[in-house]
Design a binder for this molecule. Structure first.
Ligand SMILES: [Zn+2]
Length: 377
């Protein structure tokens, strides 16, 4: 069932049931956090609808017919894909991104800080809402249906939103709209009410694990760690995969060694080392901290589930480093693990809210040192 899409079973069932009973709505609004696969699901659904020889029993497009191939490469004249760009983004950049996405379906296509522009009145650009309007006015080329995939619809100004609303209020026949958003609350209620909602939920860790092994050829141990860290989000898993997990774990351990170091300056040195390696990349630092949180989480499980080895086995994330976790516990038995995890989560939150990186990490190091050596302080 739309096998290129990882998880999202209930969303797939909802769409496929509607299609199979010839009850597709005019417009669907996919909601759920970014990275779950909303855009990707829209693309695969468009393929299934337009495929010239679909496998109806298994609800699978053939992936090889001319329609499937053109949709996968964003060259189908009746399937249009819209995403946020900057005014300065030129056409070749857009094409390069789409090219990347045609290679890796889950590649994120969105220009940071961009929006869905209304477009020039006289000469609307292709990737704009007026471009969409013009496209609607043209006859379909190959099939008798046109599909418009409009992603990140929260990134619209009032004018764009109103223009889109007009389209949704009176959709021309044989047009189908797949909109996606991670921020349902910020949309015009009138837009939301014109669409069927398709809710996307976090993906089970086992499903991500299997996908990493079969689609991305990741070793079992590594797939397990990544799947746990990805927290139900396959795009996050792919980011972790490309971001060199091994290196991040080494950095995490380096940081912890600094925290428990005997010299007063060791925390500052550990922070410097972490930032030098990451070139102050916030996302990388957040990954390292999340990995650190799993370390303390594992220590907690090792402490509390010794008598239930099967449960321990299924909960622990850093399997291959479990001897180091055990050693940590025996060296620092007074560590308040809950408190440590709490401090790390606080630091992650502050970093994502743009507080000064260096300061947060030094403060985190100091807090952890206190927590590890004497939780009563
Ligand atoms: Zn096909």
């Amino acid at each position: 069932m739309l096998s290129n899409i990882i998880g999202l079973e209930s969303a797939k069932r909802q769409l496929l049931a509607a299609f199979n009973h010839q009850r597709l709505a005019h417009a669907y609004l996919f909601t759920g956090e970014e990275g779950l696969g909303a855009e990707e699901l829209a693309i695969e659904m468009a393929k299934f609808i337009m495929c010239s020889r679909p496998d109806k029993t298994n609800s699978e497009p053939c992936h090889t017919c001319s329609n499937c191939r053109k949709i996968s490469t964003f060259q189908h004249p009746d399937v249009h894909y819209y995403f946020p760009v900057l005014k300065s983004t030129d056409n070749s950049e857009i094409l390069t991104m789409l090219e990347e996405k045609s290679q890796e379906l889950y590649f994120r296509v969105k220009v940071a800080g961009g929006s869905l522009h209304i477009g020039d009145q006289d000469n609307p650009e292709k990737n704009s809402i007026r471009g969409l309007l013009r496209e609607i006015g043209l006859r379909s080329y190959e099939g008798n249906i046109k599909v418009f995939i409009v992603t990140f619809v929260e990134e619209m100004n009032q004018e764009s939103a109103n223009a889109l609303l007009k389209i949704l209020e009176e959709p021309p026949p044989n047009t189908l709209y797949f909109l996606t958003t991670g921020f349902l609350q910020t949309l015009l209620p009138t837009i939301v009410s014109r669409c069927q909602l398709v809710k996307l939920y976090k993906i089970k860790s086992e499903i991500i694990e299997t996908a990493l092994q079969t689609k991305n050829h990741v070793q079992i141990e590594e797939s397990r760690i990544i799947a746990k860290l990805a927290d139900g989000n396959y795009a996050t898993a792919l980011q972790l995969l490309s971001g060199d997990l091994k290196n991040k774990r080494e950095l995490m351990i380096g940081f912890l060694l600094g925290v428990v170091g005997t010299r007063p300056s060791s925390i500052v040195e550990a922070v410097d080392a972490l930032l030098a390696e990451n070139k102050k990349d916030k996302a990388m630092v957040i990954d390292v901290l999340n990995i650190m949180a799993t370390w303390f989480q594992d220590a907690f499980y090792v402490n509390n589930l010794q008598s239930q080895p099967e449960l321990l086995e299924s909960f622990v994330i850093n399997h291959d480093k479990i001897d180091r976790v055990e050693k940590f516990i025996s060296n620092f038995p007074r560590t308040n693990l809950d408190l440590a995890i709490n401090e790390i989560e606080k630091a992650v939150d502050l970093i994502s809210r743009n507080v000064y990186l260096n300061l947060i990490l030094i403060n985190l190091g100091l807090q952890l040192r206190k927590i590890i050596f004497d939780p009563k302080n």
